[in-house]
Design a protein around this ligand. Structure first.
Ligand SMILES: Cc1cc2nc3c(=O)[nH]c(=O)nc-3n(C[C@H](O)[C@H](O)[C@H](O)COP(=O)(O)OP(=O)(O)OC[C@H]3O[C@@H](n4cnc5c(N)ncnc54)[C@H](O)[C@@H]3O)c2cc1C
Length: 415
């Protein structure tokens, strides 16, 4: 069936578009969800599944002004540029360096804290709503480290997080071994976030939400949106497949693929794909909760019937092929930590939709308040999906003055 005129269209069926659609339906709106692919196949499929309510620190931080340039060109490092990306990365890097400056930290941390520390409670409502309690684990999360310098850094980080209300404890090597016996002797300590939760299968959660959307009467349209065109009394949506229809309002939630659509709406935000990789191993008992080694840049997350090693950052486009050596580097580290692991049975690469200041773009487009943006959630898109959905419902229903949203305004890089 062709695309039909309707009330509100949501462009993109990742966790952000799905969750936003559900909240809009619950608020009584009639929703058309448009995506060329089945729901939940993008970044929302292969992530580490952590509900990172401790994520009050932006990726851009002052120490990266010194260490970042060296890391960027280290092939297997936790933060690298993919060769071949070329000049496309320059606007993002320029704004990223700016966001690293010490005097921006307080503002960015405050903005993140204002929306992230209650992520666990918001997610519990969603889990209940879509009847997915089997997918929910609440055993906290660990950031492990292996030397005295990293411990001092962890102490500084913990002080910052505590200021914003995050519960965290510095653990000794013995305390870490008690929580995670399989890591005995490998790390000298950890930061423990006892209130963090995790999804035991992010793909299963997006499917549960998609199923609930079907039950609640969503209209789905397979199509790749090429143009969102604000008119006086409506918004026109055009698809590559030739379909075209008008809606009262449109929500843009196409993840890392949103750059062109943002630009056509007059928003020149330097959105980039921070490519992340995962490997999965059939093993259930390697760790009891998500464990992240900052030095290696990835999480080891227990998932249903398997463990997933997911993370690292590679600044790359949405079209370049994956870098095999990054999977190999994760695999080498996993084998050093867990020598008993079987061969990895699956591997995946996905696109984190990232802004340079780590704040998503959530708000109306300057061209028209009929077009709402919900993109750029970077490392915390799973975590922030319920908040984003609520914020978009508020905006769609005319509550445009919420001061909490100000730091997230989509056109802030134009100012
Ligand atoms: C390795 C890795 C680990 C991560 N770990 C975590 C974690 O532990 N916790 C956490 O909170 N976050 C994590 N993230 C981040 C999180 O996965 C993302 O922020 C989140 O999934 C982004 O959701 P999204 O809906 O914006 O994008 P996506 O899930 O990528 O969805 C975008 C959708 O838009 C569709 N689309 C694209 N172009 C168009 C178009 N033109 N028209 C219509 N539809 C279109 C796509 O087909 C896709 O379905 C991780 C990410 C990675 C890569």
């Amino acid at each position: 069936m062709g695309l039909e005129r309707g009330d509100i269209a949501v462009v993109g069926a990742g966790v952000i578009g799905l969750m936003t659609s559900l909240s809009l339906l619950d608020a009584g709106r009639s929703v058309t969800l448009i995506d060329p692919d089945p729901p939940g196949q993008g970044a929302s499929f292969g992530n580490a599944g952590v509900i990172a309510n401790y994520g009050v620190k932006p990726l851009a931080e002052p120490s990266l002004l010194l260490t970042g340039p060296g890391l960027l060109f280290k092939k297997d490092g936790p933060l690298a540029i993919q060769p071949g990306l070329g000049r496309a990365v320059i606007p993002w890097l320029t704004q990223f360096a700016r966001a690293c400056l010490p005097w921006h930290q307080e503002r960015l941390q405050k903005a993140l804290a204002s929306v992230i520390v209650d992520a666990d409670a918001r997610w519990q409502d969603v889990i209940h709503r879509v009847d997915a309690s089997d997918e929910w684990q609440r055993k906290g999360c660990l950031y492990v480290f292996a030397d005295a310098r990293s411990r001092r850094q962890a102490e500084r980080d913990a002080r910052v997080r505590k200021r914003w209300g995050v519960a965290c404890e510095l653990l000794s090597e013995a305390e870490l071994s008690q929580l995670e016996p399989s890591l005995s002797g490998r790390f000298t300590g950890a930061t423990f976030f006892p209130d963090a939760a995790a999804l035991s299968d992010p793909g299963a959660i997006t499917q549960a939400i998609a199923l609930e959307l079907l039950r609640s009467g969503i209209k789905s349209h397979p199509g790749k949106v090429t143009k969102i065109y604000p008119l006086d009394e409506s918004v026109e949506v055009r698809c590559a497949e030739g379909d075209c229809a008008r809606f009262e309002q449109v929500v843009l939630a196409a993840g890392a693929h949103s750059q062109g659509l943002l630009q056509s709406l007059g928003i020149s935000a330097p959105l980039i794909s921070e490519r992340g990789y995962h490997l999965e191993y059939e093993a259930t008992l390697a760790v009891n909760r998500p464990v992240c080694s900052i030095a290696h840049g990835f999480y080891v997350s227990p998932m249903t019937g398997r463990i997933r090693a997911a993370g690292t950052v590679e600044l790359g486009g949405v079209t370049l092929p994956p870098s095999n050596h990054r999977w190999e580097a994760i695999d080498r580290t996993m084998r050093a930590w867990f020598p008993e692991l079987p061969e990895a049975h699956s591997r995946w690469m996905g696109h984190r939709p990232s802004t340079p200041d780590s704040l998503p773009l959530v708000g109306s487009a300057p061209a028209s308040d009929r077009v709402l943006c919900a993109v750029g959630h970077g490392h915390v898109g799973m975590t922030l999906a319920p908040w984003t959905a609520d914020a978009i419902v508020g905006l769609a229903n005319g509550a445009s003055t919420d001061p909490v949203l100000h730091p997230f305004r989509p056109h802030r890089f134009n100012e």
